[in-house]
Design a protein around this ligand. Structure first.
Ligand code: SF4
Length: 362
């Protein structure tokens, strides 16, 4: 028996759906729930959860896919570094295919640039060790789930005295973008399906200021179908009863205090900063930059390059999709010009992207 089997039991799922129906039966209007994590987006599409819910519950996708929210100027910067003589770009897989303004890393690789996919930032450190004549740049993209491993790589490189390893940072943090989106009157989010993996690091207590300030319902939810249905039931119950609090459905993993050890490593190397999110813009305290004592590992200052003026792709609605304002099917390029094989925007590239999810399961 797979470990996930109990969380996919059809009988239990039917019981949860019936509970959700009962909770919203007398609710006047429609409640809007936003899932903030790309893995939730994929799970919602994969298990057809949207279609199972009562019409009174509207699910919208938010800015939780790290590759999707990375702005085009960052991709252009990575492309410029890939063109720099003697530079090796190392990255997790999805970033290589994200289109920049006029190129992408995979296109640069095809024309001779050294772009290598790695499965851990420590692999990038090993590449730097084995190639002392080259500058090795790791593309630091991701939320609090991946950033501790990148901090660990920087610490390792520092211990080894490596002078040819650096990180081009575009780290993002939660829950600042959730506060930015809740202030948008067009969206009117009633409840957040909070990310599971990120919450394992930051802890459920991290959402309390958001909930207290904006009086929004929030439930940290797991990824299996029963997790999702239970999390939605908990949110619906809060909204119907006019409550706004942080609850954790995913208690088998997430603790109120999160993972202090991971945060210690993270904040030893990085500090909070303002960050630019694709489609949303600059959000204060929503990113992480290297602390001054680790500035020798900052690729942006260590390896100056000319970066082209950023240009979004005409017709691509990624920015609006990441704010939950439109669906992939609203984009004229969806499935016609833009496909996973030939993506126009980041949301079609990433394995957690909304357009990729709609293409695969929609
Ligand atoms: Fe952008 Fe393609 Fe999605 Fe349209 S379908 S919004 S072009 S990624």
């Amino acid at each position: 028996m797979k470990l996930t089997t109990p969380f996919r039991d059809p009988e239990l799922a039917r019981a949860q759906l019936s509970l959700i129906q009962q909770i919203v039966a007398d609710y006047d209007g429609t409640m809007t729930l936003m899932e903030v994590c790309g893995t939730h987006t994929m799970a919602i599409y994969q298990h057809g959860i949207r279609a199972l819910l009562p019409e009174k519950i509207r699910l919208i996708s938010g800015p939780g896919c790290p590759v999707c929210v990375t702005p085009v100027d960052y991709v252009d910067h990575a492309v410029a570094l890939a063109r720099r003589a003697g530079t090796i770009i190392t990255t997790f897989g999805d970033m290589i295919r994200v289109p920049g303004s006029s190129s992408s890393l995979i296109r640069e690789q095809a024309t001779g640039a050294q772009v290598k996919i790695v499965y851990s930032p420590l692999d990038a450190v090993a590449i730097a060790e084995n190639n002392p004549e080259s500058e090795v740049v790791f593309l630091g993209v991701g939320f609090e789930t991946t950033t501790p491993t990148i901090a660990g790589a920087v610490l390792t490189a520092a211990q080894k005295g490596l002078k040819n390893f650096s990180v081009l940072t575009s780290h993002k943090t939660m829950p600042a973008p959730m506060a930015a989106l809740i202030s948008d009157p067009e969206l009117q989010v009633d409840g957040y399906i909070c990310p599971a993996h990120v919450s394992a690091i930051i802890g459920s207590d991290a959402y309390k200021p958001l909930v207290d300030t904006y009086k929004v319902a929030a439930v940290i939810t797991g990824f299996e179908p029963l997790d999702m249905l239970q999390g939605i039931a908990m949110l619906a119950k809060q909204i119907v009863s006019g409550e706004a609090k942080v609850e954790t459905q995913y208690r088998r993993v997430v603790k109120p205090e999160g993972n202090q050890k991971a945060r210690e490593i993270l904040y030893k190397v990085f500090q909070p900063c303002s960050a630019r999110w694709r489609g949303i813009g600059d959000i204060p305290d929503s990113g992480l930059e290297l602390r001054p004592e680790y500035s020798a590992f900052n690729a942006a200052t260590k390896l100056p390059v000319e970066v082209e003026e950023p240009r979004e792709h005409a017709g691509c609605l990624c920015g609006e999709i990441l704010k939950g304002k439109v669906r992939p099917t609203d984009c004229k390029l969806f499935k016609t010009v833009c496909t996973p094989e030939d993506p126009v925007g980041a949301c079609m590239v990433s394995s957690e992207g909304t357009c990729a999810a709609e293409y695969k399961y929609g």
